[in-house]
Design a protein around this ligand. Structure first.
Ligand SMILES: [Fe+2]
Length: 256
């Protein structure tokens, strides 16, 4: 059991209630039947997300880093470093004891928060300009252990920008199952990063999509060269050179 000594915030309280209301046995069965992939529609209510979390997500938008990799990715990101400074509500969710306990039971692992020098640990992705998207990829773990991704829909004013997933793509013995998902405010997606082949389709005109992403690992160690590769990828594809390397090289990370 993970202990949490701090005074409960409105988010922590809501997460505790949301976790307690889940049909764990059914979700557990579905997660494993779907090759470590699960969608929980309305894990948090749309109203709670829009009233409490979306204002903070819009506030963080001033710290957005936009990126463009022709043929693969276009969009905006706010890193964990910014969330640490200005996004306490998202940290409450990321660190929630009841939520982490639920995840541990779901994925059969003792999940840890990412080290503080990983800008993806708890970050936000913004699809705000026409054509913003990301091509197909795995959330490959460069850590010595597995890496799990959790997405929480915050804003979804879009008919075109969808999370598309090919389940079982990594399993040659199984037929691939193609899914196209809308992540409405409060919807949660949980998956093992090395197993889910996924993409986000391009945003249309006058549309907006914002997603919170959280990352947990089974072993926070990473080799030096994999860390360098990971930092370079994060610099160009997500958060910018200055953000990633200033923090990665400083060696002074707040504790989590
Ligand atoms: Fe991804």
């Amino acid at each position: 059991m993970i202990m949490q000594s701090e005074k409960k915030s409105v988010v922590t309280d809501m997460i505790d209630q949301a976790v307690a209301a889940l049909d764990f046995d059914q979700l557990h069965k579905t997660y494993w039947e779907q090759n470590e992939f699960l969608v929980i529609k309305q894990f948090l209510s749309r109203r709670f997300v829009e009233d409490v979390l979306v204002p903070q997500a819009h506030g963080l938008q001033t710290s957005l880093n936009r990126n463009y990799i022709p043929g693969h990715k276009k969009g905006g990101s706010v890193s964990y470093y910014t969330v640490l400074e200005k996004g306490p509500l998202f940290l409450d969710l990321y660190r929630s004891a009841s939520y982490r306990d639920f995840l541990n039971r779901l994925v059969h692992a003792d999940l840890l928060l990412c080290p503080d020098n990983d800008p993806h640990s708890c970050a936000l992705y913004y699809y705000t300009e026409p054509g913003d998207h990301i091509g197909f990829h795995y959330d490959t773990s460069y850590y010595k252990g597995a890496r799990y991704t959790i997405l929480l829909g915050l804003v979804d004013r879009s008919t075109r920008c969808k999370l598309v997933c090919d389940l079982f793509k990594d399993d040659p013995a199984k037929e691939t199952r193609h899914l196209e998902l809308i992540t409405e405010p409060g919807d949660m997606v949980i998956f093992n990063g090395d197993k889910l082949w996924h993409a986000v389709t391009p945003l249309g005109e006058n549309e907006e999509r914002i997603v919170l992403t959280m990352e947990y690992v089974t072993n926070p160690e990473m080799g030096r060269f994999k860390r360098l590769y990971s930092n370079l990828k994060d610099s160009f594809a997500y958060f910018g050179l200055k953000t990633v390397f200033k923090r990665a090289l400083s060696g002074q990370f707040p504790s989590s």
